[in-house]
Design a protein around this ligand. Structure first.
Ligand SMILES: [Zn+2]
Length: 93
């Protein structure tokens, strides 16, 4: 059983959470000024990392808040969780 540490509620069973994909995706400041390829990359292209990966999770059967989790994709271990905006998107992968 995987336990996930919600930044607001503490350790809870994985079944209370919903995976939300890659975390810390930064929306372009001015979408009208970028190319269609860049906009498409923002919408659809995600990393397929082997190793440390930043993800977003929703505590859907708890506080219903989104948060970030640093997960090791090889071992599936979640190393840290953070509230949204707690860490700089440019500093983490
Ligand atoms: Zn929670």
């Amino acid at each position: 059983m995987l336990m996930i540490d919600c930044p607001w509620c503490g350790n809870r069973d994985e079944s209370e959470f919903m995976y939300g994909g890659e975390g810390n995706i930064v929306r372009p400041q001015d979408p009208e000024s970028i190319s269609d390829d860049s906009w498409s990359d923002y919408l659809f292209m995600r990393k397929n990392t082997k190793g440390l990966y930043m993800e977003q999770w929703l505590h859907s059967y708890g506080c219903r808040r989104w948060f970030l989790a640093e997960r090791e994709t090889v071992s599936y271990e979640i190393l840290n969780t953070h509230k949204i905006g707690e860490i700089n998107p440019e500093s983490k992968s």
